[in-house]
Ligand binder design. Structure first.
Ligand SMILES: Nc1ncnc2c1ncn2[C@@H]1O[C@H](COP(=O)(O)OP(=O)(O)OP(=O)(O)O)[C@@H](O)[C@H]1O
Length: 324
């Protein structure tokens, strides 16, 4: 890894076509060390293809994808530099511990790393059970443990939050933030902004293989920073008048609900009490971020045509042990 770019992921003008389908089209973005970058887009938008190119598993038609300034396959010690998880599928008859032991032998790290990482991902108690009996959340934890085995500078994770329960989501958020705070580069994909919104510093949004947005999460908010509150009452007209009198502005409706800005939910509750207008609904609108995201990707979902195994016949051999 060249020092000027240590740990930096750089995708430049990347394109990849599968038969008649342009999976990735002229895509460019960077993911910086010390930051968690969310790689977002609907199903089939080209996220896994891009990550597979980054990991040397799929050969691009044009463009480049580098880690620390060089392609994955040219890294001196790829599996110790980059920890990756592209799927949470394991040999069902292997225990979690056995799986990690195989990976750690392949990448050449000491046996002690296995227990250490099992502990880190909260799988110690289930380590000697077969992975066939693991829940999706447990398999996600195991995939993450495998990715972390070599204490890599760069982490590339495909949908790592999918399938985790709320406690698991909370846990992985803290862990990924902690790793970024240590200076590591963390790139994780998701098709849901809400899933990663509390974890990521930067976002890269793609639709139909093309870049739709890249930048800090805060910029995705597109200037609409005011919190919108959704309210309704039996007498909507009276409520609207009372809201305006209290300094609120009614910004259209969503179904039976009025969208109100300029008043906090607590103030609206208080106003309802004082004016004796009973509310039938009071909530804060789903994040405006989510709306910006949905607008970016609108209408871009495309059907999957992936072949069995999802591998690319033209691909160069992957470096062993790199992707769990
Ligand atoms: N090996 C392959 N052969 C043929 N088509 C493929 C292959 N891999 C991916 N595709 C197609 O390329 C497009 C992009 O797929 P990709 O898996 O990269 O998207 P994604 O954003 O990761 O979606 P998901 O989260 O659903 O996996 C899809 O239409 C997919 O069916």
């Amino acid at each position: 890894m060249d020092n000027a770019h240590a740990g930096r992921i750089e995708v430049t003008e990347l394109s990849k076509r599968f038969g008649g389908l342009q999976a990735v089209n002229g895509l460019s973005f960077v993911a910086e060390p010390g930051r968690v970058t969310g790689f977002l887009g609907p199903n089939g938008s080209g996220k896994t293809t891009t990550l597979s190119v980054l990991l040397g598993l799929v050969r691009p038609d044009s463009g480049s994808a580098t880690i620390g300034g060089v392609p994955y396959t040219s890294l001196e010690r790829p599996a110790l530099t980059v920890g990756a998880s592209l799927s949470a599928d394991f040999h069902a008859a292997h225990t979690g511990r056995a799986h990690l032991d195989i990976v750690r032998r392949a990448i050449g790290v000491p046996a002690t790393a296995v227990s250490e990482k099992l502990d880190l991902v909260g799988l110690s108690a289930a380590a000697d059970r077969k992975t066939g009996g693991y829940s999706l959340g447990m398999r996600q934890r195991l995939a993450l443990a495998a990715a972390l085995l070599g204490d890599p500078q760069v982490l590339i994770l495909d949908e790592p939050i999918n399938g985790l329960d709320p406690e698991g989501i909370h846990w992985i958020r803290s862990l990924l933030k902690h790793l970024a705070a240590e200076g590591k580069t963390v790139l994780l994909s998701s098709h849901l902004l809400s899933e990663v919104q509390q974890t990521v510093d930067d976002v890269v949004v793609i639709r139909r293989g093309e870049l739709a947005f890249a930048g800090p999460l805060s910029e995705l908010q597109q200037g609409n920073k005011e919190r919108t509150v959704l309210v309704s009452a039996l007498d909507q007209a009276a409520l609207a008048r009372a809201l305006e009198l209290s300094g609120g502005r009614v910004h259209g409706v969503r179904g039976d609900l009025m969208r109100v800005v300029g008043l906090a939910p607590e103030a609206i509750g208080q106003m309802s009490l004082e004016t004796a207008i009973p509310l039938s609904h009071l909530s804060v609108e789903e994040s405006e971020l989510e709306q910006s995201f949905l607008e970016l990707i609108e209408g871009s979902e495309r059907p999957h045509t992936r072949r069995e195994g999802g591998s690319d016949p033209d691909a160069p051999a992957a470096n062993e042990g790199g992707a769990a």
